[in-house]
Design a protein around this ligand. Sequence first.
Ligand SMILES: *[C@@H]1O[C@H](CO)[C@@H](O)[C@H](O)[C@H]1NC(C)=O
Length: 501
Amino acid sequence: MEGAALSRIGLAGLAVMGQNLALNIAEKGFPISVYNRTTSKVDETLDRAAPLDLPLTGHYSPRDFVLSIRPPRSIILLVKAGAPVDLTISALLPHLSPGDSIIDGGNEWYLNTERRLADAESRNLLYLGMGVSGGEDGARHGPSLMPGGHLAAYKNVEDVLATIAAQVDDGPCVTYIGEGGSGNFVKMVHNGIEYGDMQLISEAYDVLKHIGGFSNAELGEVFGEWNRGELESFLIEITADIFRVRDEEDEEEEGGELVDKILDKTGMKGTGKWTVQQAAELSVAAPTIAASLDCRYLSGLKEERVAAAEVLRGAGMESEEDLLGSLRRGGIDRKRLVDDVRQALYASKICSYAQGMNLLRAKSDEKGWGLNLGELARIWKGGCIIRAVFLDRIKRAYQRNPQLASLVVDPEFAREMVQRQAAWRRVVGLAIQAGISTPGMCASLAYFDTYRRARLPANLVQAQRDLFGAHTYERVDRPGSFHTEWTKLARQSKAGVAAFN
Ligand SMILES: *[C@@H]1O[C@H](CO)[C@@H](O)[C@H](O)[C@H]1NC(C)=O
């Protein structure tokens, strides 16, 4: 490297995300060194950078790579979470100097980041676990970045991150999240919310398609229209696009759309499961996100579902066509259905975000991260998969009141929930009648109804617990904990029961 100018930053791990992020950094004018154990990946990246004349240099050994970066060095890793991260770190370690930073940009389990961060600290190195959202396109043109860990490591790259991130009206989509594994944790919950959004959208589709009888072309129009209103978001926009794509494999030229040819089995990589596990660990209700995860599990049982449809049909279950037929004879106002489903989707979405935000707050309290929920909503406004216009309203809700107990009791959102609940109940009721499952919308509605009711039937559950386990109960009219000999007292009042009968 004698004589060559040193790079501002380094990036190791040149799968598509890594390549794209490296090109993004170089394009914004930051000289970058790239490395991958598989040398063809380095050449591939150089080939992509060449026509753009970018300040990007490729390196074929960990030593050359590290020494090509200006100290204190900042090195971004974009390798598969888990063991590959440890392997890459071990390869780089011998060449790093005190004060250098490692920035893991993968979807890592937050505790792995906390372990590596402690290890880095013992070597006088700095560490960040940085959530990166936006997929391949986001990485290339502006992702949402969620860096957590050593503040000094963040300060070293703040200018780079602020420049490469997506830009929205109130700044770049990046902020220092907090200490430890907070960046990974926030990205994990972001993904959980993403699961919820996708599930709710698929339910809206199911209701419109089966109950409303909408064609793909019409659905493309409906989602396109929704994307010009309160639901405006990346996921709604791409959904509109999906309905417009024709099947090119269809040799018969029957004119079908590709969406109808896709096997109804959803894949997953684990961040949704982690979100639900963490919600359970922290005793935070996240039923919409859990419903979306359950739906992915059930979708995976394709063969069982096909067999179950058969068995239940044999047992006398009405066919979907019959169920829908009797419903449609009652008359479906398609215009009103579209409007109702839009409102049901919006209200369900607010409940889902409320769950995700409350999960983040509970973890922040446990770990002392001091998460700023309004700021998290802000950095999700651009670049990431859940980017949406309404995140600005969430930001403002938490700015108005950082201690807000739940999004649904923010005065603005509360008014919107109340305005939409009639439509929401109509959609869910119609779906239940038609046998079209809407687990996400139902979970959100049940969450709303449970949360807003001042009195729940939990008194009966407490009585049962006290009867069989002497777990005691509290009373509404005086302090203290009480235990009752329920069975004995019930026997004594048998006479009264007999008289009633
Ligand atoms: C390099 O590329 C290979 C194969 O694409 C990948 O498995 C590996 O994790 C990459 N990263 C590094 C840092 O070598």
